[in-house]
Design a protein around this ligand. Structure first.
Ligand SMILES: Cc1cc2nc3c(=O)[nH]c(=O)nc-3n(C[C@H](O)[C@H](O)[C@H](O)COP(=O)(O)O)c2cc1C
Length: 220
C-alpha cells in the first residue's frame, strides 16, 4: 500500500512538515510504504487552462497535459493508494504552491457531465493537514477556513473521501524578540506550542494510521 505525502510549505521542517512527518510515522506503523515530496522547490505552475484534459478523444483526456517537474509526481499520485497533503495558510487559503498543485491534480479528473462523475483512475483516501498562524477565534471571525470546505467538496467528489487535521496559532518565528509582535499574544503562542501542538502531532499520527487502514480496506 503506497501512501504519498505532499508538502507545499517552503519551510520543510517547520509546522506543516513536522505534522506531515508524524502522519507518515502513523501510516508506517499501520504498514504503509510512504514517500514525502516537498513541492516548493520544484519548477511548476498551476493550470494553464489548455483544456486538453477535457477534450473528448484527446490523448490527454482526464490527464494534465503540461510537462514540467510536476508531471512525474502527478503520475505517482495516480498510482498511489492514498494521499496526504499539507499546506500553510497564506492570506486566507492554502499557499500558492499547494493551490497550483491541486489545480493540476484535481481539475483533470473533474468531469463536466450531468452525473458529476470523476475521471480519477480509482477512489482513494485523501487527507489534508493545514497549519494556521491565526487563533481559532480569528479563523472563525475572518473565515480563513472556507478553503477547507471547498477542498472537501471537490476532493470528495473526485477521490471519494476527505479528512483533515488543522493546527492553529502556530509558531511563526524562531525568536519572537527579533520581530514586530505588538499585535500577537506571544505568551499564548508559547503555551499553544507547548501544550496544543503536541496534541496536534498525535492527531496527525492518528490520521496517518486512519488513512493507511482505509487504503488497505479499499485494496482488499
Ligand atoms: C505570506 C504569509 C501569509 C500568511 N497568512 C496567514 C493567514 O491568512 N491566516 C493564518 O492563519 N496564517 C497565515 N500565515 C501564517 C502561516 O500560515 C503559519 O505560520 C503556518 O503554520 C506556517 O507554516 P510552516 O511553519 O510550515 O511554514 C501566513 C504566513 C505567511 C508567510
Amino acid at each position: 500500500m503506497q501512501l504519498l505525502i505532499l508538502n507545499s510549505s517552503p519551510r520543510k521542517d517547520w509546522n506543516t512538515g513536522t505534522l506531515l512527518s508524524r502522519a507518515m510515522e502513523g501510516a508506517v506503523s499501520a504498514g504503509a510504504h510512504t514517500e514525502i515530496i516537498h513541492l516548493y522547490g520544484l519548477n511548476f505552475k498551476g493550470c494553464s487552462s489548455c483544456f486538453s484534459c477535457k477534450r473528448l478523444g484527446g490523448k490527454s483526456y482526464g490527464k494534465c497535459a503540461l510537462k514540467d517537474d510536476l508531471s512525474p509526481i502527478l503520475g505517482k499520485c495516480a498510482g498511489a493508494d492514498a494521499l496526504i497533503l499539507g499546506a500553510p495558510i497564506y492570506l486566507g487559503t492554502v499557499n500558492a504552491c499547494m493551490q497550483a498543485f491541486i489545480e493540476r491534480l484535481a481539475y483533470p479528473y473533474l468531469a463536466y457531465d450531468a452525473a458529476k462523475s470523476s475521471l480519477a483512475p480509482k477512489k482513494m483516501p485523501i487527507a489534508f493537514i493545514y497549519t494556521f498562524g491565526a487563533t481559532d477565534e480569528r479563523i472563525k471571525e475572518a473565515g480563513y477556513d472556507q478553503c477547507v470546505r471547498t477542498h472537501e467538496m471537490f476532493l470528495k467528489r473526485i477521490f471519494g473521501s476527505f479528512q483533515s487535521v488543522r493546527a492553529v496559532d502556530t509558531y511563526q518565528f524562531d525568536d519572537y524578540s527579533k520581530y514586530e509582535t505588538s499585535g500577537i499574544n506571544v505568551a499564548k503562542k508559547e503555551k499553544v506550542r507547548e501544550e496544543i501542538f503536541p496534541k496536534d502531532m498525535e492527531k496527525a499520527y492518528a490520521l496517518g494510521i486512519r488513512i493507511a487502514e482505509m487504503a488497505k480496506g479499499e485494496h482488499s
